[in-house]
Design a binder for this molecule. Structure first.
Ligand code: GAL
Length: 633
């Protein structure tokens, strides 16, 4: 497979006379893909039913004739003002009960039937017109589901939909009352129509109620996406894609991904470091111009699974962005490094957002591959360099990893609903295990908890997984390798009731005394090295299979057959030590990577990426800052 590059282009932002020059320069710069159309609704349909296709026909023609392949976006992330006039109640409603206003984007509510019908209609019109167009080689449905906190809506449509969803799930109101534990605080309902959305309650709403509402909200995204998939499939054979985001977990991406052909995600390494990282200031300072060394890779590995093996970067930062608390410029070479890292993790394409910086509206401070005056910006030079390098790289294949780390969207909702301590974050604990594995030079697969087959792995990690599904339990029962679980694994049932105190981990001969969350500087030291922080579980002294205790003699690592259970959240020192033990147990080789240096294996090559500000020497080779090195294995 040939790996390719692309960009995101908005022909409607520029005079038609400029399009062919832009297209020619894209081609000359080594780009293959050009994504257009995803915010174009008011231009295509300025008033309801009045369609203005000519400009889009021409734009596709100009781009295609220049030798580019078009990714066409359905424009449903930006319903025009006439839509809001027609359906005033299609606006999403925030947790405080306020409708979100027109004037930016993503203002629709996923539960609104009228808006779904409108989305199906516009997707059908796009499909009819361009479904078999020779220049339209892929489709993007909508844009960044959940961006700007838009999965969950507390609208009337959502309330009605939620009541129907609950009735289908529980059939009888008494079953729901039992499952949610509504006897607590006299919350028992007499009919499904009694049930409101879990916002604006006096104190916290019932976590079971909230978890079901998270599931309902996620299902709305899946259902909404499916409407467009079903209609587009009638008209096109081209792959259908959605562009997911970094650290956005409000809907189950595996379920959306199941309906699509390719997963893609929008990678903004510097924006994410400032905006979405829980690491401290020293870390942010050190990597402010390079991005977090593990954040991108984590998402590459996640979306490879969401895309069932096929994935792209649909948008990549080409220079400073406009939306994070601080927006530094990437270190020279980082645009190239990020692109190569995506390819090393198996990306088929990397597209840069955006072609030319817009001198107007919200994102005028966001760089593009071109400056607003059409002069090349630094990102374009680096993109062209990657394109030239791609020509000489042989097919490298995707590595078959021996290590699987489970990431589960429901667990993320559950622990956000009841974190039991400010610093308990499911996303962070999974990322921490991933970081630890990468510090040991590992290439990791991230898998869903419903993965049907674990046979190819030797180590499976399931930190913080709220519930063990029947499938996973069966899988683990016959799994021959090492399973690393805990803390908090399997501690709830699917209704968010505590599963069974005293057997925190299914089938585990351990007696749990209590769990506690820890203040930022409160550590539980481990004499063997490192400490637990943030979260700790106290098991009784007579627990069977204790391999390691903490400094108070309390079980820290408990083993039963091939299952290892950790009684706390390990800090970096403990993490590296424990992961090393697990790798050694399976005879897997490992090496300690210098800070900021990361490795990724492909089938045939090994890639090294230097995320640090300073040169790093590794295996006798000096790698400059932002350096990328690859060699045959
Ligand atoms: C993405 C979005 C783009 C643009 C970009 C700016 O999240 O899909 O439309 O807003 O961010 O960085």
């Amino acid at each position: 497979m040939k790996r390719t590059l692309g960009t995101c282009y908005y022909p409607e932002h520029w005079p038609e006379s400029q399009w062919s020059e832009d297209a020619a320069l894209m081609k000359a710069s080594g780009l293959t893909w050009v994504r257009i159309g995803e915010f174009s609704w008011s231009k295509v349909e300025p008033t309801q039913g009045k369609l203005a296709w000519r400009w889009l026909d021409d734009a596709i023609d100009v781009l295609g004739k220049a030798g580019l392949k078009v990714v066409l976006g359905t424009p449903t992330a930006t319903p025009p003002i006439w839509m809001v006039h027609k359906w005033p109640d299609m606006l999403a409603v925030d947790e405080m009960g306020n409708p979100r206003k027109f004037g930016s984007r993503r203002h629709y509510c996923f539960s609104h039937e009228g808006y779904r019908t409108e989305s199906e209609r516009i997707a059908r019109l796009f499909g009819e017109r361009y479904g078999s167009h020779p220049y339209v080689a892929a489709w993007q449905i909508d844009n960044e589901y959940s961006c700007h906190d838009t999965t969950v809506s507390y609208s009337v449509a959502a309330r009605q939909g939620f009541q129907r969803w609950l009735e289908q799930k529980y059939l009888k109101i008494s079953t729901l009352n039992q499952a949610w534990g509504n006897v607590f605080w006299s919350m028992e309902y007499t009919a499904f129509s009694d049930i409101d959305l879990p916002n604006l309650t006096v104190t916290e709403a019932n976590p079971s109620h909230r978890l079901d509402f998270s599931r309902y909200s996620s299902d709305q995204v899946v259902g909404y996406n499916r409407v467009q998939v079903d209609v587009l499939r009638q008209f096109t054979q081209a792959p259908l894609i959605h562009n997911y985001m970094g650290r956005i977990t409000d809907f189950d991406h595996y379920k959306v991904g199941a309906d699509l052909d390719i997963a893609s995600w929008d990678s903004y390494p510097l924006g994410f470091l400032e905006d979405r990282s829980e690491e401290g200031d020293a870390w942010k300072e050190r990597f402010s111009k390079q991005g977090d060394p593990d954040f991108q890779a984590f998402h590459h590995d996640l979306y490879r699974t969401v895309g069932k093996g096929r994935w792209w970067i649909m948008e990549q930062q080409p220079g400073p962005v406009n939306w994070a608390p601080f927006n530094p410029a990437p270190l020279p070479g980082m645009v190239r490094l990020w692109s190569w890292e995506a390819f090393a993790h198996g990306a088929e394409a990397v597209c840069y957002f955006r072609w030319r910086q817009a001198p107007f509206a919200q994102e005028q401070m966001h760089t593009g591959l071109l400056k607003p005056n059409s002069q090349p910006a630094r990102g374009l030079h680096e993109a062209s360099q990657v394109s030239a390098e791609l020509e000489s790289l042989p097919e490298v294949g995707t590595f078959a990893s021996k290590i699987a780390l489970v990431f589960d969207y429901e667990s993320d909702w559950a622990w956000r609903i009841q974190p039991q301590g400010q610093s308990f974050s499911y996303f962070s604990i999974v990322l921490d295990f991933y970081r630890g594995l990468r510090r040991l030079g590992q290439s990791v697969d991230i898998i869903s908890p419903d993965t049907a087959d674990l046979d190819s792995y030797q180590v499976v990690l399931i930190p913080g997984l709220m519930t063990l599904s029947d499938t996973l339990q069966q899988q683990l029962a016959t799994f021959k390798g090492t399973i690393l679980a805990g803390p908090r694994t399997a501690s709830k049932d699917t209704h968010f009731a505590t599963s069974s105190l005293g057997a925190q981990y299914a089938g585990f001969a351990a007696s749990l005394e209590f769990v506690q969350s820890l203040r930022p500087n409160s550590l539980i030291t481990l004499p063997a090295g490192g400490a637990f922080h943030k979260w700790h579980e106290t098991y009784s002294h007579d627990t069977a299979g204790v391999v390691e205790t903490d400094s108070m003699g309390v079980p820290a690592l408990i083993c039963q057959d091939n299952i290892w259970y950790l009684a706390g959240w390990p800090d970096a020192v403990a993490m590296d030590r424990l992961l090393t033990m697990a790798l050694d147990n399976e005879g897997l080789s490992h090496q300690n990577m210098p800070v900021g240096l990361r490795v990724r294996d492909t089938e045939t090559h090994q890639f090294l990426f230097n995320y640090d500000k300073d040169p790093v020497t590794f295996d006798g080779q000096e790698i400059e800052p932002a350096g990328v090195v690859w060699k045959r294995k």
